[in-house]
Ligand binder design. Structure first.
Ligand code: APR
Ligand code: PHB
Length: 389
């Protein structure tokens, strides 16, 4: 088989790239290790930057987000029993949309099916070849048979554990990593959200976050020990711990109920450099991971696809390699700013066992500065709504 761009991974970055290339008549095939149902089964974050909304609209898959997404023009940070609102609209003129990543992935899959785009699910043992030469290939097994896909370029959109980054020789790649000494215990419940906006909570017992998927479905997180197992967290323990970290108003208004999903997510910051290796390009979680505190994971994947799609379109339409030659530098410049913002939010709002009293005092000073300075609040707001591409 032959295509122009072989895309590995049918997550948000792979599917969005496929849509944009299709729109410009650039042939592409997506190879996904799992089934579509499995990909849709993963519960992920749900805060969408304006830039991401525009990219989904450009790909023709934004309609349901505009119908069902919740527009938020601010968020609250709770500290020392009080809430402080960061007004995105007033401080930046921009807002965000709360709409689950699962819904975005579903819209992208429906969009791809509507275009007749070729997606090979359950493609096993995907391997990448000759991308340092002029004719890269991807090999995979499907229904036990070996297949080879020849292409001009490979887009590695297969996440942190994917085959793409792992196929790069160690000497050609440099990685940067910070693993945080705690995790997030997340719970999804068919209960009305405790507040119409997200609440990021700094508490002596550790971080907590109150988020939602709709006006009837809530998503909550509490900071937990890195080694914790989901089984250790009964619904009752979760609700008691969340209540203990909430302020009085939150405790009074919290509606609890049986969990419909519970997961523990480890927290790490990770970046791989560069993001291009000959005719292979990494995008999304394949190249970088951020802790969810800044709600940047999916938005960064879309940011990469913004640059990569334009690079391929420029290559095929204008016969220019400028875009593909500058892709890595452009994408990484925005990636590091979002990595910094996510690290900063995580450092300011979580309980770090090892930092001791000095660290706690610094956090309190950071939060008091944030709530007393319009420029500090504006800095948070402009990073949260998304820095320009
Ligand atoms: N071969 C084929 N497909 C693979 C392979 C492989 N060897 N390894 C992984 N995949 C698939 C996964 O099954 C998954 O569907 O690649 C896809 C990668 O999707 P994501 O992990 O969602 O990564 P990305 O599209 O970059 O989206 C990043 O997802 O994890 C969240 O917080 C993250 O929001 C961010 C977003
Ligand atoms: C979520 O809704 O799951 C969510 C929202 C904001 C975050 C992280 C997760 O920062």
């Amino acid at each position: 088989m032959r295509t122009q761009v072989a895309i590995i991974g049918a997550g948000p970055s792979g599917l969005l790239l496929g849509q944009l290339l299709h729109k410009h008549g650039i042939d592409n095939v997506i190879l996904e290790a799992r089934t579509g149902e499995y990909v849709l089964g993963r519960v992920r974050a749900g805060v969408v930057e304006k830039g991401t909304v525009d990219m989904l609209d450009e790909a023709g898959v934004g309609a349901r987000l505009h119908r069902e997404g919740l527009v938020h023009d601010g968020t609250e940070i709770a500290f020392d029993g009080k809430r402080h609102r960061i007004d995105f609209a007033e401080l930046t003129g921009k807002t965000v949309v709360v709409y689950g990543q699962t819904e975005i992935t579903r819209d992208l899959m429906d969009g791809r099916a509507a275009t007749g785009g070729k997606t090979i699910y359950e493609a096993a043992d995907v391997s990448l070849h000759d991308f340092d030469g002029s004719s890269p290939k991807v090999r995979y097994k499907k229904d036990g048979k070996e297949h080879e896909l020849a292409c001009d370029f490979i887009a590695g959109c297969d996440g942190y554990h994917g085959a793409s980054r792992r196929s790069v020789p160690e000497k050609s790649i440099k990685t940067f990593e910070r693993v945080y000494p705690f995790g997030w215990m997340g719970l999804l419940s068919e209960t009305p959200p405790v507040s119409p906006e997200l609440i990021y909570i700094h508490s002596p017992r550790g971080f907590a976050l109150c988020s939602m998927r709709s006006n009837t479905r809530s998503r909550y997180y509490v900071q937990c020990d890195a080694g914790d197992k989901t089984e250790q967290w009964s619904d009752e323990r979760f609700w008691n711990e969340l209540r203990a970290r909430l302020d009085e108003k939150g405790r009074d208004e919290l509606v609890t109920g049986p969990s419909i999903e519970k997961t523990i997510a480890p927290l790490r910051s990770f970046v791989a450099e560069p993001m291009r290796f000959g005719r292979m390009f990494l995008a999304g979680d394949a190249a970088h991971i951020v802790p969810p505190t800044g709600a940047k994971g999916m938005n960064l994947a879309v940011s990469d696809v913004h640059y990569l799609s334009r690079a391929f379109i420029e290559y095929y339409k204008e016969k220019s390699s400028a875009g593909i030659d500058h892709y890595s530098a452009k994408a990484l410049a925005r990636v590091w700013k979002a990595v910094r913002f996510s690290w900063w939010m995580t450092s300011m709002l979580h309980k770090f066992p090892e930092t001791g009293e000095f660290g706690e005092k610094i956090q309190i000073a950071e939060l008091e500065y944030l709530f007393s300075s319009k420029s500090a609040a504006t800095a948070l707001a402009e990073n949260y709504v998304g820095l320009p591409y």
